[in-house]
Write a new protein. Structure first.
Length: 106
């Protein structure tokens, strides 16, 4: 059965933007960014924002893998309430790298 949210181009756009933004976090932590490097480390490691990014991504993946309510439209405050199967795969890859970066920083 086709997932309800995959019918809406705006949902797919929001999903792609969400996954890409997590990829940006990964790249910012992997590559030294000159004068911004200390600020990025402070924001993501010292202030624990990376933990929040990881937690939210895991929660979204878990929710997206659960079965959808049949025949119901469930409104959400989130821009990305669920991911498609492709979105889950891409986010899981990025999430694995983010977890690795977090564990190597401690």
């Amino acid at each position: 059965m086709k997932q309800w949210y995959s019918c809406f181009p705006s949902r797919l756009y929001s999903e792609r933007a969400y996954v890409l933004s997590r990829g940006f976090v990964r790249r910012a932590l992997e590559l030294p960014l000159g004068s911004l490097e200390d600020d990025i480390k402070y924001f993501y490691y010292t202030r624990k924002r990376l933990d929040k990014v990881i937690r939210h991504a895991r929660d979204l993946i878990t929710k997206s893998k659960e079965p959808e309510p049949e025949g119901e439209f469930v409104a959400s405050d989130l821009a990305v309430p669920r991911l498609t199967e492709g979105g889950i795969i891409m986010l899981e890859r990025t999430l694995a790298k983010l977890v690795s970066l977090r564990s190597s920083s401690t």
